[in-house]
Write a protein that binds this ligand. Structure first.
Ligand SMILES: [Zn+2]
Length: 271
């Protein structure tokens, strides 16, 4: 079917009017075509499913560490997620992985504590995951897919309705990178680097030492070098020198943010 240019332009215009938001911290403008409330609703129910599916860890040190870190980071991001009903859960799963979802649902697999050795390091992972949420990377990813399928297949504004059906539980869990079949990258490199940058500022504002974020990326690289099956988090969060360099570039600003935060406390070392 040949799509008339005029209807393609109309579809494009509709996309642009649909919803634009500014990403916190970076101020980048992005397009959102998905229903915020729907994403949050689906995220909460996915999180509830996970709590039923996986064993929840009773490890005291891990749970307390996550509670301390979650408490401080969630205060820092309050204005970016004012409606969040925060929940921080350690799942008893040996994989090195963590995720955050719309609505303030954060899950950490117990395996993550192999590389997150203190509160600062855990904070860097949690802040990165929460940055994906405040930046609405899942919304943006689904919106990009919708835009492609709408203009490509239909080329009419009426096609927007069919685009909306792309917001499914499968698409959402894939976008979050928490499907059991680990296929493909959750986010492109640009979104990863943006989450790194925003996360670095969040952890610093919460009083954590941003320099520990670099150690986490290095530890992840070490894990993948020693292990024939690389950590799950690397399939969605590929580590590379580029990411570390960007963190180092942003370090002076992050250290300034930390000095201003007034939340600095003695580091807590996990066993
Ligand atoms: Zn990420």
């Amino acid at each position: 079917m040949k799509v008339p240019i005029s209807s393609m332009l109309a579809a494009l215009a509709a996309l642009m009017l649909a919803g634009c938001y500014a990403v916190p911290v970076t101020g980048r403008h992005a397009v959102n075509l998905v229903d915020d409330k729907e994403v949050t609703k689906m995220s909460i129910s996915m999180f509830d499913d996970m709590k039923r599916q996986y064993k929840i860890s009773k490890d005291r040190a891990m749970n307390e560490s996550l509670r301390r870190v979650g408490d401080r980071i969630s205060k820092v991001v309050f204005w970016d997620m004012p409606d969040a009903d925060w929940e921080f859960v350690v799942f008893d799963v040996p994989q090195i992985n963590a995720f955050a979802m719309a609505g303030g649902k954060v899950g950490v697999f117990s395996g993550l504590f192999k590389i997150a050795r203190n509160d600062d390091q855990l904070a860097s992972v949690i802040a990165h995951e929460i940055a994906h949420v405040t930046a609405k990377h899942v919304h943006e990813k689904l919106s990009q897919e919708m835009a492609v399928s709408t203009i490509g297949a239909v080329g009419m504004i009426g096609g927007m309705a069919s685009g909306a059906s792309l917001l499914t539980v499968d698409a959402l869990s894939q976008a979050y990178g928490i499907t059991t079949s680990v296929g493909g990258l959750a986010f492109d490199r640009r979104k990863e680097k943006e989450a790194d940058y925003i996360g670095l500022m969040y952890m610093a504002r919460a009083g954590y030492n941003p320099e520990e974020a670099v150690k986490v990326l290095e530890a992840l690289d070490g894990e993948s070098a020693n292990d024939p099956t690389p950590p799950a988090i690397l399939s969605t969060h590929p580590s590379n020198p580029e990411r570390i360099l960007q963190l180092l570039d942003a370090m002076p600003k992050a250290l300034e943010e930390r000095a201003r935060s007034g939340m600095i406390s003695a580091p807590v070392i996990l066993k």
